[in-house]
Design a protein around this ligand. Structure first.
Ligand SMILES: [Zn+2]
Ligand SMILES: [Zn+2]
Length: 172
């Protein structure tokens, strides 16, 4: 559960133990969603007038694409989060890192904040494995599945041309 009664949380710390599912309405188009769900654990504590503090942990698998071979992969993501939620008149409420707390709403929905923290925690670049060989730049074959024809039977004429074409470039 990621919905908390604000008055209760402002009077005593409450345990946070919930999940944000991959099909939750809080996700937006283009988000790196979890493969299944984000597990959220921690504590939501009162931190002075009109302010709540979340000390917690996120964990889950993110959908990603290997940047070398473009395979769909699941990348484990785990991160600690420390978040502050403050009413508009609380000290420090104008800090851009502080999430707004609306006492009129009655309850605090952690999902938008968890979504943001998850997106920050997902790595921008992923590899299916450290030694992924990627795709052949000539024929597009997945070199993890073995060498492609370009490498096995180089046509001497093309080899001479490609040698000219790659001169002066990085041939890693
Ligand atoms: Zn790969
Ligand atoms: Zn090839």
């Amino acid at each position: 559960m990621l919905l908390f009664d604000i008055r209760t949380a402002l009077s005593k710390a409450v345990q946070v133990d919930g999940t944000l599912e991959a099909d939750d309405a809080v996700w937006q188009d283009g988000d790196a969603r979890p493969a299944a769900s984000v597990q959220v654990t921690g504590r939501l504590s009162p931190a002075g007038h009109g302010t709540l503090y979340l000390s917690g942990h996120l964990a889950g698998d993110a959908h990603a694409e290997c940047r070398r071979c473009l395979a769909d992969i699941a990348v484990p993501v785990a991160d600690d989060v420390q978040l502050v939620f403050a009413e508009a008149d609380a000290e420090g409420a104008d800090d851009p890192d502080v999430y707004p707390l609306d006492p009129q709403a009655g309850s605090l929905d952690l999902r938008p904040a968890i979504r943001e923290q998850w997106l920050l925690a997902v790595p921008a670049y992923a590899l299916c494995r450290e030694d992924c060989k990627g795709l052949c730049s000539t024929c597009g074959a997945n070199l993890n599945e073995g060498p492609c024809r370009c490498e096995r039977t180089p046509d001497p004429r093309w080899a001479a041309l490609s040698k000219l074409g790659t001169q002066g470039t990085d041939r890693s």
